[in-house]
Write a protein that binds this ligand. Structure first.
Ligand code: ADP
Ligand code: ZN
Ligand code: MG
Length: 475
């Protein structure tokens, strides 16, 4: 029996807003525990939540980018459950009428485009954080009431690898949209993973298990692989998969059953009467649509078709929005796209790695990189010397012209000086000269290397090689 794997994801994304979803506390990661809370997000009786407009606007922007239907009126509901990180005893979320319905995310797998349908995107609030230390458990409510969107896919994914690509693609687009900072290490994106297996070709879905709150994309893939193996083994040995909620333990590389899968009735959903419905006017939607800038796939397309870059380098450039913007600014300052790309992906990326700097903190202004590239074209500096200059520009933020002079790296074009070096090299390397004259043309490369060495890498290579060739032809 051939088995097919069916995966659906519920992705929770922390929104990049100044304040929380229902109060004016700061939405900020890493503050002293319990300093960003108030009676509203701590769930004190008698307090009234008021929905953050910025959070709704982020959610709509995401919905538009994925082609969802934006529901003009949607409702907020209470999802009731007890857990120490949820002081209100319920989470404000959206149940039967979400803000966005439908839509899809297109992903590239093995040279193919696959459409992963979304069932919905809704708005909800985050819970606090439990911190388990050796002695016991501590509670930090700074995260209580942080605005989230939950993006729910249809069960359209077919492997752990596909789920990984989906999550990466989703994250990249959401960062481009400015919806989230996407910082995995800060828990900005977390997901629940649903897995089932079924006989290949079957129309019906198998019974699914759900793994909650997986913190990394790698963890999500491992959790899926583990669950697929577990369910396959169960089925092949004649057993049946039980609908369960399981806890993924990344360290152990295993999941453990938490409880039988809850269903909607367990949560006693009912309308949140303390907040009014979300009403979205067409005008607002159009304003938000106008804010959506070029997304990574469109950028990549433009780089390859208009600027002649290959798929691979275009993909690397668009992988980070600030990096892509840096590259584009370098081009707009006059650099050839192909060359700008080589400098960005080569020397500049190396420096960023060495200094452990992120793409949004490149200390060389794009105008200066463009200038440096232009100076190579003008013959003012060789390419290898330019790399040294870039290193210094990176350290000090200075402009290239002054540095070239100060570092003594300007290219030497004067015929007199070049001829002097050439005749010295010919005098000192009689064996190579003889080899060359007896027909061993490769000796030319060696002699040229000696000229460059003598010049400290500063000789204009094309002029110097011409002079060397002429000198060797004489005598
Ligand atoms: P719940 O909130 O109880 O988890 P949802 O209807 O919101 O239920 O579904 C959650 C996720 O489960 C969705 O991403 C959906 O694609 C996925 N899913 C539903 N059925 C299956 C299945 N048989 N196998 C794998 N995933 C499934
Ligand atoms: Zn608050
Ligand atoms: Mg679920």
């Amino acid at each position: 029996m051939e088995l097919e794997h069916v995966i659906g994801l519920e992705v929770h994304v922390e929104l990049l807003t100044k304040t929380k979803a229902y109060c004016s506390c700061k939405n900020e990661f890493g503050a002293m525990p319990n300093t960003n809370c108030c009676p509203v997000c701590m769930g004190f009786p008698g307090t009234l939540p008021a929905l953050n407009r910025e959070a709704v606007s982020h959610a709509i922007r995401a919905g538009l980018a994925f082609g969802c239907k934006i529901n003009r009126i949607s409702r907020q509901d209470r999802k009731n459950y007890f857990y120490p990180d949820l002081p209100k005893g319920y989470q404000i979320t959206q149940y039967d009428i979400p803000l966005c319905s439908g839509g899809a995310v297109e992903i590239q797998t093995g040279g193919q485009t696959r459409r992963i349908r979304l069932s919905r995107i809704h708005i909800e609030e985050d819970a606090g954080k439990l911190i388990h230390d050796g002695a016991g458990t501590l509670l930090d409510f700074n995260r209580s009431g942080v605005p989230l969107i939950e993006i729910v896919t249809e069960p359209d994914l077919r492997s752990a690898e596909e789920a990984g690509i989906f999550l990466e693609t989703l994250r990249q687009i959401l960062i481009y949209l400015g919806v989230t900072d996407g910082k995995m290490q800060e828990g900005s994106i977390r997901c629940d993973v649903n897995v089932s297996v079924r006989e290949e070709g079957s129309r019906d879905y198998g019974v699914r298990c759900e793994m909650k709150n997986v913190n990394t994309f790698h963890g999500a893939q491992r959790a899926i692989e583990y669950e697929i193996k577990r369910q396959e083994a169960l089925i092949r040995s004649g057993g049946e998969v039980e609908p369960e909620s399981r806890r993924w333990d990344d360290e152990a590389g295993k999941s453990f059953v938490m409880r039988t899968k809850e269903n909607a009735a367990d949560y006693r959903y009912f309308p949140e009467a303390n907040v009014i419905p979300i009403v979205v006017e067409d005008k607002w939607i159009e304003e938000i649509r106008a804010q959506i800038s070029e997304l990574p796939r469109e950028k990549k397309q433009r780089y390859t078709s208009d600027w002649g870059l290959c798929e691979y380098e275009a993909g690397l450039l668009v992988s980070s929005k600030p990096f892509a913007e840096y590259f584009e600014q370098t081009v707009s300052m006059g650099a050839e796209p192909k060359e700008a790309s080589e400098w960005c992906l080569g020397a500049l990326s190396k420096l960023l790695n060495a200094h452990k700097l992120p793409y949004d903190a490149i200390p060389v202004p794009p105008a200066n990189l463009a200038k440096l590239i232009a100076l190579i074209h003008q013959g003012a500096i060789s390419e290898s010397a330019a790399k040294k200059v870039l290193g210094q520009m990176f350290e000090s933020g200075e402009e290239p012209e002054g540095l070239i002079v100060r570092m003594g790296l300007g290219q030497i074009n004067e015929e007199k000086v070049l001829s002097q070096w050439v005749s010295e090299v010919i005098g000192e390397n009689s064996k190579a000269v003889l080899d060359y004259r007896s027909g061993k043309k490769s000796a030319m490369g060696y002699l040229m290397g000696q000229v460059m060495k003598k010049s400290g890498g500063r000789a204009n290579p094309s002029k110097a090689s011409q002079i060397l060739r002429e000198a060797l032809a004489q005598v």
